[in-house]
Design a protein around this ligand. Structure first.
Ligand SMILES: *[C@@H]1O[C@H](CO)[C@@H](O)[C@H](O)[C@H]1NC(C)=O
Ligand SMILES: *[C@@H]1O[C@H](CO)[C@@H](O)[C@H](O)[C@H]1NC(C)=O
Ligand SMILES: *[C@@H]1O[C@H](CO)[C@@H](O)[C@H](O)[C@H]1NC(C)=O
Ligand SMILES: *[C@@H]1O[C@H](CO)[C@@H](O)[C@H](O)[C@H]1NC(C)=O
Ligand SMILES: *[C@@H]1O[C@H](CO)[C@@H](O)[C@H](O)[C@H]1NC(C)=O
Ligand SMILES: *[C@@H]1O[C@H](CO)[C@@H](O)[C@H](O)[C@H]1NC(C)=O
Length: 358
């Protein structure tokens, strides 16, 4: 299209020279203008965007076309940054440009209030390496949301996924299309479990789960992790429950070096271990056998005390005759004592003696 226009443009200029062709001249000028505007439209920056051709970056922030993705991106675009646009819904084929296959390698869509990602939303971005969807409010993510991204290496979904979309996310991620995914950032999404059915579905090397609601890592997950030596998991700022459910996870932290921020993991439960570092826990703190043993020993202690009580009562019962006698003896003794005391008292209170003393 552009080439044709340029050819037409030069033809036009040649014909401009002889004054005889004045009518043609007029026509030519009209075509020239048309040609120029089309050429400019192709080369120029979309409305309310900034373009840096050297770096291949188109940046569109805020602006008037609130709620829409920029259209007619320059052919040379390799980085697209769109922010503050209140996009709400990423529609099917939102990035398909009907003139050329896009060469875009990175797309940043953070802070756009995106709530819904429709199926095939990123179609036409087959060269995409990095997709940043952080800081949105995803409520619905289609299972086929990430179809057509065979080269995607980094996916940022930090501070973006609302609880309603977590299950959908896990099916969207488990699709076979993200075969090259290397880094997945899921920080700050209040996740209670890792939303991946398997760790080895992708070529995952970095999984960021910082600032979520994980209480522990399930036994199955830990045994999977031992198999994937290249995988690094970031887990700081999760409210870990430091009881014996933590056992496998605890040994994984100690044994493998797959958690680069292991030194920052802290307990939030139980009360007496709140704020304690997971790494500083002792093996006894997470030992399930020991915990069970403790429970068993309390029961045992209870039984022994009960038994002692029963034996004591039996002894009392069997000796009731003797006890009665013994009590009588004591009573006698007391009475004797009281009588002696009484006698002494009477003597002491003799008024004559009192006068002598004064
Ligand atoms: C964003 O768009 C949605 C609908 O498209 C609208 O309801 C909402 O008010 C908009 N938010 C802002 C901050 O403009
Ligand atoms: C691009 O799409 C528009 C409508 O969306 C259409 O009018 C135009 O003909 C298409 N151009 C090409 C080259 O396909
Ligand atoms: C979101 O994740 C990306 C990739 O890990 C990171 O560069 C960015 O700083 C994160 N944003 C926040 C607010 O943590
Ligand atoms: C953790 O995430 C919550 C939202 O989920 C956010 O409000 C808080 O600031 C984050 N904390 C840190 C230390 O990043
Ligand atoms: C983690 O373990 C749970 C079972 O507790 C399982 O459903 C899930 O698929 C596992 N995820 C990974 C990534 O291993
Ligand atoms: C490694 O894990 C095993 C249990 O799986 C444990 O017995 C061993 O003590 C651990 N090694 C270290 C150094 O913690």
């Amino acid at each position: 299209m552009r080439k044709k226009m340029r050819i037409f443009h030069s033809v036009c200029l040649q014909k401009y020279v002889p004054p005889v062709w004045s009518r043609w001249n007029l026509l030519c000028t009209a075509f020239l203008c048309l040609g120029l505007t089309i050429v400019r439209a192709e080369d120029d920056c979309p409305v309310s965007c900034m373009c840096a051709r050297e770096s291949g970056t188109v940046t569109c922030r805020d602006g008037e076309d609130f709620g829409e993705l920029p259209v007619n991106l320059p052919e040379w675009t390799s980085n697209l940054i769109v922010q503050g646009k209140n996009l709400s819904i990423l529609q099917r084929g939102a990035f398909i440009d009907n003139t050329t296959e896009m060469e875009i390698t990175t797309v940043c869509l953070s802070y756009n209030g995106i709530q819904v990602i429709e199926p095939y939303a990123f179609l036409g971005l087959s060269r995409l390496h990095l997709l940043d969807l952080s800081h949105n409010r995803l409520e619905s993510i289609s299972t086929r949301a990430f179809f057509g991204l065979p080269q995607l290496r980094s996916l940022y979904l930090n501070y973006s996924v609302l609880p309603a979309a977590v299950t959908q996310l896990s099916s969207a991620l488990s699709s076979q299309t993200l075969a090259n995914l290397h880094r997945l950032d899921l920080a700050g999404n209040r996740l209670k479990a890792i939303p991946l059915a398997r760790f080895d579905s992708f070529n995952l090397h970095i999984l960021v789960l910082v600032n979520n609601s994980l209480e522990t890592l399930a036994k199955e997950n830990v045994s999977d992790l031992y198999q994937l030596r290249h995988l690094r998991l970031y887990l700081a700022l999760n409210p870990f429950h430091c009881n014996c459910d933590l056992e496998e996870f605890y040994y994984w932290l100690k044994n493998s070096s797959q958690c680069p921020d292991a030194g920052r993991l802290m307990c939030s439960e139980p009360e007496n271990k709140r704020g304690a570092l997971l790494e500083r826990l002792r093996a006894e703190d997470v030992d399930c056998n020991l915990e069970n043993l403790e429970a068993v020993s309390y029961v045992f202690l209870g039984l022994v005390l009960a038994l002692i009580g029963v034996v004591f009562l039996m002894v009392l019962y069997l000796n009731r005759g003797g006890i009665k006698r013994w009590l009588n003896n004591i009573r006698e003794a007391c009475r004797d004592q009281m009588e002696i005391y009484h006698y002494r008292y009477e003597q002491d209170s003799d008024p004559r003696l009192a006068n002598v003393a004064v």
